[in-house]
Design a protein around this ligand. Structure first.
Ligand code: NAD
Ligand code: ISE
Length: 341
């Protein structure tokens, strides 16, 4: 029996996820789609899939057993709450939501149901290189982690889709989440430094350097550049007491020609994380078929939202902005170290 899935939002990542759900993965069928741009939904709909006018109609359809949300961040809250009210497992692209208050409303709704229904699209946790890095750190052979250097570079971002805060309220959530997960630690404070602005980014505050402070005292520096032209470049290196562990450069064909010797750089996130997205959905399909969710949770989405909020405050204050989390509901009480895979 295949899991019958409805997809909300059929833009860039919605189309990519529909491709993997229909052409790559098994045990799943995309039976419904919707988008505020109806033509886009019709064009993206796999053969036989229904095209709904609204997310609410898709979520409440008896034909849909589980939902994939790929709409814009500010639309996620309403759609998540509707999925939870319907008792349907839901995969929600990052960011979970775009404010602390919204994250708490989603968490409260899920806690009332009493079982996990939401998985957030933090795909780095499913990437083989990040998983190997985490195994080394958790193994303890390098001693305690002291610093993590995270580099997050995009060649470009769609013009006009985002506000100037995008690097902090949309992009940083990946680095916040992977830091918490890799280090098994919570982020308790955020500083931001804004260098000379790139002329390529229009109004965007780009690039930025973010300093995350964790509960155990690890410092994480994050470079975010969202218009760096040359490619999609994700790097990570953890400095520990007795050694350093880093993500490898992505293996790629080595090209030698009259310009020299070089390796290709991924064009965007679709290429760099292609296997990670496949794996996050493999694991989601297994859990959703059992009526629940595993992987990055609403709690993790809440934590990343708090980091983004604190980063925005830090831009204004110029100082260290502290993060205060509520007590973690028992529903999410899986130690980060054990939630690794
Ligand atoms: P996009 O603009 O290409 O697509 C979004 C689609 O959602 C559009 O077609 C839009 O019309 C539709 N939409 C927006 N609000 C809607 C609503 N209320 N109801 C129905 N449809 C609605 O954007 P995208 O790049 O595909 O990003 C979508 C989401 O995925 C964002 O939250 C983004 O942050 C996230 N994303 C995650 C990754 C990742 O690596 N995990 C990569 C890219 C995007
Ligand atoms: C995009 O929305 C993503 O989530 C990508 O993974 C990220 O690297 C990029 O910065 C965002 O624009």
């Amino acid at each position: 029996m295949s899991l019958k899935v409805g997809v909300i939002g059929t833009g860039m990542i919605g189309q990519d996820h529909i491709r993997r759900l229909t052409e790559v993965l098994s045990g799943v069928d995309v039976v419904a789609v919707t988008d505020i741009v109806q033509d886009r939904a019709r064009a993206a709909a796999p053969r036989g899939a229904a095209v709904f006018d609204t997310p609410q109609a898709l979520i409440s359809s008896d034909a849909v057993e589980a939902v994939v949300i790929c709409s814009w961040g500010p639309a996620h809250e309403e759609q998540l709450l509707a999925c939870i009210a319907a008792g349907k497992p839901v995969f929600c692209e990052k960011p979970l939501v775009t404010s602390e208050a919204a994250a708490r409303r989603v968490m409260e709704a899920e806690v009332i149901v009493g079982r996990r229904l939401v998985q957030v699209g933090f795909m780095r946790r499913f990437d083989a290189d990040y998983r190997r890095l985490k195994r080394v750190i958790d193994g303890g052979s390098l001693g305690a982690p002291l610093m993590f250097h995270s580099v997050h570079r995009n060649a470009s971002v769609p013009v006009g889709l985002y506000t100037s805060d995008m690097p902090l309220n949309d992009t940083l959530v990946h680095d916040a989440d992977i830091s918490r997960w890799l280090l098994s630690d919570e982020i308790i404070g955020v500083e931001v430094r804004v260098p000379r602005r790139s002329t390529r980014g229009g109004d965007l505050r780009d690039p930025v350097i973010v300093l995350l402070h964790t509960a155990s005292g690890v410092l994480v520096d994050v470079e975010i550049s969202v218009n760096i032209a040359y490619g999609y470049d994700i790097r990570g290196e953890v400095s520990c007491e007795q050694g350093v562990a880093a993500l490898p450069n992505r293996p790629a064909t080595v090209i030698s020609d009259r310009h020299g010797i070089r390796q290709a750089i991924p064009e965007d996130w679709r290429e760099r994380f292609i296997e990670a997205y496949d794996q996050e959905f493999r694991e989601w399909i297994v859990a959703a078929s059992e009526g629940t969710a595993t992987g990055p949770s609403t709690w993790d989405g809440y934590a990343a939202t708090l980091t983004a909020d604190a980063a925005l405050r830090a831009v204004s204050s110029g100082g260290l902005e502290r993060i205060a989390m509520i007590d973690k509901p028992a529903l999410y009480d899986v130690p980060l170290a054990l939630a690794a895979e």
